[in-house]
Design a protein around this ligand. Structure first.
Ligand code: CP
Ligand code: NVA
Length: 300
């Protein structure tokens, strides 16, 4: 594999091998063993949306691997003034060894890969959030000891997180159930593929989706770029939340994942969040380890 544009492009084997490497890098990191596998390499990080975790984990990750990361905001670069992605891709490819991008349209990420000549990593688009889902899979496997055969349930908006969780969950042998309002469904092509696996169910009833789940995952009701729809979305997603009553229908040892930032009182209650904080913050930490594995595999 040359890029990480979306998980659909990776095979199950590629995903699982990356998780294995992420576990190894995490263990070495905890043991204080340096692993300068990307010594002298540089990563450009293009951001057209806000970020805490993605920016910091990629920057620290490159540093820990012996390389260097450059933060490039669209506002302070020519990207924000409309320089075409085809040109940005060809220019950056002459300076850096890889590009991580967070933006709105998936097409921009695909174009960056098409016109550039270095590996491109999707750090979130409206369509996908593959790096987050690799970290989620690493965390679930860490807590449960396996992925195959587990039931993953997602409650909420059918955009980036939902799309990537469906693909990542199914490709690693999990059963996936998703509850969302009818007008906020995941990408139709992903749904079609998911249904063909025979291990996917879609409903608009959160409790039906969460029944006997091993892991329940949710995401914000209002994603970056959707701020103008806030009031309508609060109405649409009322009831699509993770609370004690929902967790009561899942397996007794069911874990919770949240990509963060969380909006307590919207998609998750304070009680449910704090009861599962250990798993949620391990998930946030695993962004670092999972992305280092991606960087080593693509830039190494
Ligand atoms: N989960 C996630 O991608 O966090 P940031 O928006 O802070 O990068
Ligand atoms: N769905 C959220 C995920 C944030 C990490 C968003 O796109 O804002």
């Amino acid at each position: 594999m040359k890029h990480l544009l979306k998980l659909m492009d990776w095979t199950s084997g590629e995903i699982l091998e990356t998780l294995d490497l992420a576990d190894r890098l995490k263990a070495e990191n905890k043991a204080g063993i340096a692993h300068p596998l990307l010594k002298g390499k540089t990563l450009a990080m293009l951001f057209s949306k806000s970020s805490t975790r993605t920016r910091v984990s990629f920057e620290v990750g490159m540093y820990q691997l012996g390389g260097h990361a450059l933060f490039i905001s669209n506002k302070e670069s020519q990207v924000g003034r409309g320089e075409p992605v085809q040109d940005t891709a060809r220019v950056l490819s002459r300076y850096v060894d890889g590009i991580m991008i967070r933006t709105y349209a998936q097409q921009e990420v695909e174009d960056l890969a098409k016109y550039g000549s270095v590996p491109v990593i999707n750090g979130l688009t409206d369509y996908a959030h593959p790096c987050q889902v690799l970290a989620d899979l690493q965390t679930i496997r860490e807590f449960k000891g396996k992925l195959k055969g587990l039931k993953l349930c997602f409650i909420g908006d059918g955009i980036n997180m939902a799309n990537s969780l469906i693909v990542g969950g199914l490709k690693t042998g999990m059963t996936v159930s998703l509850a969302c309002p009818d007008n906020h469904r995941p990408d139709p092509e992903i749904l079609k593929w998911a249904e063909s696996t025979g291990r996917f169910t879609l409903t608009n009833d959160p409790k039906t989706a969460a029944k006997d789940a091993d892991v329940v995952i949710t995401d914000v009701w209002v994603s970056m770029g959707q701020e103008a729809e806030k009031l309508q979305r609060e109405k649409d997603f009322a009831g699509y939340l993770v609370d004690e009553a929902l967790m009561a229908v899942a397996k007794p040892d069911c874990m919770v994942q949240h990509c963060l930032p969380a909006h307590r009182g919207e998609e998750i209650t304070e009680e449910a969040f704090e009861a599962h904080a250990k798993e949620i913050f391990e998930e946030a930490e695993n962004r670092l380890h999972a992305q280092k594995a991606v960087l080593v595999r693509l830039l190494g």
